[in-house]
Design a protein around this ligand. Structure first.
Ligand code: SD4
Length: 331
């Protein structure tokens, strides 16, 4: 296992991508079949995830180094955080909504654009596994709430009480002082989004969260929405988001990042552009957090995160605790 600083802004752009004009007219936007970007064997396999989830990327890496595929890598990788009771923003042990119910969101997408998602599912510890079942066992992409939970039981998942004593006590404390309004709490979000490229050069992604702490009952953010919280196009790359989901949904953020890469931007440039578009639409708002990570077909990576109340911030892998993507492993 080897970590590497990855925010050395992926500079090299493949000849193929360079030949595609940025903002070209309709019939020129995508690289043609002959100038498709090739995976750089030096850069793969690779697993990258939001925030500082070293154990999750280590798990993904274990799968990849054994020759496993990127779908299994991201699936098993993010499950590490779903099962981590100390992580109160993902899976089991996640913070509840304002009524005290833990509701989870997750989605997964593979190299063939197959995808599955569960939204606001309760009592199931590994929503990413249910999302994968939705992808593999149903003709649908999304299942929500009770329907998703019912489907999970039919697939053999066990009912689990997800509200840990710690999260419950914190919620009870919060209730004492809160105005019981839906607020965006910028402190309490550590959604895990993960992207991986396997030895064959195939890309997959997964994203899983308990969403915003103390959200309104029924609130769903970007994380389980394909195109918003996660998007993969195996010809181009993948992207995933963390932060205030409402802003990511509004800009279809992860899809945007992948399309920007298709037009020739590096993963870093694409993430920065995606964040800047969100800032441009929120000049009056302060104090919200958005971060994207991305990987292109070549195996180059990028990440960008903001806090508009301060300034643009690019996080690197050399000691920032809030680095939005400082878990990064490569061969
Ligand atoms: C959401 N995007 O539900 C998620 C929360 C998150 O880091 O990413 N937190 O809006």
């Amino acid at each position: 296992m080897k970590r590497r600083k990855f925010l050395k802004n992926s500079s090299t752009i493949t000849a193929g991508i360079l030949s595609a004009p940025i903002l070209a007219s309709c019939n020129e936007t995508a690289p043609s079949k002959t100038d498709k970007p090739e995976t750089d064997k030096e850069n793969i396999p690779i697993a990258i995830c939001t925030w500082d989830f070293g154990n999750a990327t280590a798990k993904a890496w274990e799968v990849l180094k054994e020759g496993g595929n990127s779908l299994d890598a991201v699936h098993q990788g993010v499950m590490v955080e779903e099962n981590n009771l100390d992580n109160q923003t993902v899976g089991n042990g996640g913070r509840p909504d304002r009524d005290g119910n833990v509701t989870l969101d997750a989605c997964i997408m593979d190299k063939d654009a197959n995808c599955g998602a569960v939204l606001a599912i309760e009592n199931i510890a590994n929503p990413i596994s249910v999302a994968r079942k939705v992808m593999e066992e149903t003709p649908h992409v999304m299942l929500v709430g009770k329907g998703a939970e019912q489907f999970a039981y039919e697939q053999g998942f066990k009912k689990t009480d997800l509200l840990t004593e710690k999260s419950k006590q914190e919620w009870l404390e919060w209730k004492k002082t809160s105005k019981y309004k839906p607020i965006i709490n910028i402190e309490n979000h550590d959604t895990i989004g993960m992207l991986a490229i396997d030895k064959n050069g195939d890309i997959s992604g997964a994203c899983t969260t308990s969403g915003m702490a103390y959200k309104m009952a029924g609130r769903v953010g970007d994380s389980p929405i394909i195109g918003a919280g996660l998007f993969v196009d195996n010809e181009v790359g993948g992207a995933t988001a963390t932060g205030v989901g409402e802003e990511v949904v509004r800009t279809v953020g992860s899809f945007l990042i992948v399309e920007l890469m298709r037009q020739g931007k590096s993963p870093q440039e694409a993430c920065e552009e995606g964040v800047k578009r969100i800032i441009a639409k929120n000049k009056d708002k302060q104090d919200f957090q958005i971060g994207f990570i991305a990987v292109n077909k070549k195996g180059e990576t990028g990440a960008y995160c903001i806090h508009p109340g301060f300034s643009y911030r690019t996080y690197t892998n050399d000691g920032h605790t809030n680095n939005p993507a400082n878990s990064y492993l490569k061969a």
